[in-house]
Design a protein around this ligand. Sequence first.
Ligand code: NDP
Length: 294
Amino acid sequence: MILLDGKSTAAAIQERLSQQVHMLQVSGGKVPHLAVILIGDDPASHTYVAAKLKACQEVGFQSTLMQYANIREAALLRHIEQVNEDPTIDGLIVQLPLPQHVDVQEIIYHIRPEKDVDGFHPMNYGCMARNLPAHVPATPLGILALLDHYQIETSGKHCVIVGRSRTVGAPLSILMSRNSDPGNATVTLCHSHTQHLDQLTRQADILVAAVGQPRLITAGMVKEGAVVIDVGITRESDTTRKLGYRLLGDVDFAQVAPRCSYITPVPGGVGPMTIAALLSNTLRVAQNQVYVPS
Ligand code: NDP
């Protein structure tokens, strides 16, 4: 079994990004600039945003945090409009989840597609589905980069994805089934209504779990020699830890790992790759490499 080390792979990508930032500056270009909107006090969201801002600093990006304890939807839309119009800002992300009173789709719809480095805008989503240039959602993009880094063959393989969220499972199903490399897989997309989940997961050459239920994937659900990608991150209280919690994936790692050819750990697997992919999307805007749909 080989561990798919997202932490070191992401560090290598970030090293390349910082070199590209340097080259951009030397050639008179601008420093890439990511703006992050964070609303509320969800501890996990604060941790993710802190990690994204730290990564920006490490690769030499400028970053701006726009943080609100609470905000009305109309005011939030005005802030997004300001960022859209600000030529110094290349990318904007609005950290999810948002408070109940804010319509997530409305917010995403108002981010200019070119600056939507999370790749959530319908324009980017549609272009991705058509295999046209677009911002691809960071987590699926990070997973593809990880598969690519370890030269894992996806063509002709059966990829079973558990979880069909708009941000992870659904876009990954499109990317894995596209006529490209990585891609060309035969994809099964599972969700909470899927019957006989274990029968489907046992057919997977590549199994992706993106559910948010710790240890949902047990050893009996995994084919011998499968590649297992664990996207799930759930905080479980653990008073023996300094932080008071530990992070659990959707896969029962101890039981499943011996059956796998490759497996991602949690933490240190998909998480760092997501951040590296977000930075890559932002750099492409600063390099004027993004097709702007009209
Ligand atoms: P969502 O809650 O948006 O989606 C969960 C999906 O799992 C849904 O499609 C749901 O089905 C499906 N599901 C729920 N229960 C079952 C079940 N018993 N069997 C099969 N499918 C089931 O989650 P996200 O995609 O946003 O996140 C999933 C996990 O990944 C979370 O732990 C999250 O924290 C983590 N995550 C990690 C990232 C990283 O960088 N590592 C990035 C993003 C998320 P239905 O559609 O029918 O409700």
